[in-house]
Design a protein around this ligand. Structure first.
Ligand SMILES: NC(=O)c1ccc[n+]([C@@H]2O[C@H](COP(=O)([O-])OP(=O)(O)OC[C@H]3O[C@@H](n4cnc5c(N)ncnc54)[C@H](OP(=O)(O)O)[C@@H]3O)[C@@H](O)[C@H]2O)c1
Length: 259
C-alpha cells in the first residue's frame, strides 16, 4: 500500500491537466497521469517535472471515451499504488469544427459527448466504487472527485452547441455524484474554468485577445492553466471539506452580469 495519497488526472499531457498534475505533485501526491497517447513529448516532460518533486509518476495511455478500457486502467493504477485518493476528470475536447447549431452533425455530437461526458461519468463510477471499498481498508482516507466543466455549462455558444451541452451534462454529473457519494464520505466538486490559454483556445486567440482588451473578462486577462491548477490543489488539500457539490468558477468574473 502506497504511503502517499494518489491522484489520477485525465488529460494530463497538456494545458490545464498538466498544470493540475504539477500542482498536485507539489502538494505531495503520487501521480497517475492519463492522456490519449504516451508517445507525446508532453507526457515525457511531465514525468520529468513530476519526479523532480520527489513523487512517483505513472503514465497511462487511455482514450477516455473507451469505457470498455476503464476497468483495466483502474486495476493497473491499484496494482501500482494500492489506492486512489483524488480523481480529476479533466480530459475534454472542443468540436473539430465550429458549426452553426442548425448544421450540427451527429458525428461531431457523438464525438464530443463520448469524450466530454460519457467517458468521465463511467470512469468516475468505476473509481468511486473502488474508493468506497478503500474507505474500509485505509485509515485517514479522505477521497474526492473533481469534474472539469466550463463556463460553457451555463453560457450559450451557438457554433459549438455540442460542447456546451456536454459541459452542462457534466455539471449535473458532478451534482448527482456529490449527492450519491455523500453517504460514503466521498466529496465531489465541479471546477468551471473560463477562457484559459491552452492548445484548445489557440485557434481563437486573436478573437479573445480583442474581447479581453475590450473588457469581456472583468479581471481583464486570459486565465492561465496554473490558475486552475492552484485551485484544484486547494480542493485536494482538503481546504473545502464542507462543500460537496459546490461549483468553483475560475474565470476572472466572466459570469458577472452588470448594468
Ligand atoms: N481552455 C479553456 O479555455 C477551457 C475552458 C473551460 C473548460 N476547459 C476544459 O478543461 C479541460 C482541459 O482543457 P485544455 O484547454 O487544457 O485542453 P487541451 O490543451 O486541448 O488538452 C486536452 C487534454 O485532454 C486530453 N484528451 C483529449 N481527448 C482525450 C481522450 N479522448 N481521452 C483521453 N484524453 C484526452 C489530451 O491528451 P492528448 O495530449 O493525448 O491529446 C490533453 O491532455 C477540458 O475538459 C476543457 O473542456 C477548458
Amino acid at each position: 500500500m502506497n504511503g502517499k495519497p494518489v491522484a489520477v488526472i485525465t488529460g494530463a499531457s497538456r494545458g490545464i491537466g498538466r498544470a493540475i498534475t504539477v500542482s498536485l505533485a507539489s502538494s505531495g501526491f503520487d501521480i497517475a497521469a492519463i492522456a490519449r497517447s504516451l508517445d507525446s513529448d508532453g507526457m515525457e516532460h511531465l514525468g520529468q517535472d513530476v519526479e523532480k518533486l520527489n513523487v512517483s509518476f505513472f503514465p497511462i495511455g487511455l482514450d477516455i471515451s473507451c469505457t470498455a478500457c476503464h476497468k483495466e486502467v483502474v486495476s493497473n493504477i491499484l496494482e501500482r499504488y494500492g489506492r486512489i485518493d483524488f480523481l480529476v476528470n479533466n480530459a475534454g475536447v472542443a468540436p473539430l469544427q465550429r458549426n452553426d447549431l442548425l448544421n450540427l452533425t451527429e458525428d461531431s455530437y457523438d464525438r464530443v459527448m463520448n469524450i466530454n461526458l460519457k467517458g468521465p461519468v463511467f470512469f468516475a463510477q468505476k473509481i468511486a466504487r473502488e474508493m468506497i471499498w478503500l474507505k474500509d481498508q485505509i485509515e485517514n482516507y479522505n477521497p474526492a472527485i473533481v469534474f472539469l466543466s466550463s463556463v460553457s455549462a451555463a453560457m450559450s455558444s451557438t457554433t459549438r452547441a455540442e460542447y456546451c451541452i456536454s459541459k452542462a451534462g457534466l455539471s449535473m454529473a458532478s451534482m448527482v455524484f456529490a449527492d450519491r457519494l455523500s453517504e460514503n464520505g466521498i466529496i465531489v466538486y465541479e471546477v468551471r474554468p473560463g477562457v484559459i490559454q491552452t492548445d484548445m483556445t489557440a485557434r481563437v486567440k486573436d478573437k479573445f485577445d480583442k474581447l479581453i482588451a475590450e473588457g469581456f473578462v472583468p479581471q481583464k486577462r486570459w486565465g492561465m492553466p496554473e490558475d486552475v491548477g492552484r485551485a484544484v490543489a486547494s480542493l485536494a488539500r482538503g481546504d473545502w471539506k464542507f462543500s460537496t457539490g459546490a461549483v468553483f468558477e475560475i474565470s476572472g468574473g466572466l459570469s458577472i452580469r452588470s448594468l
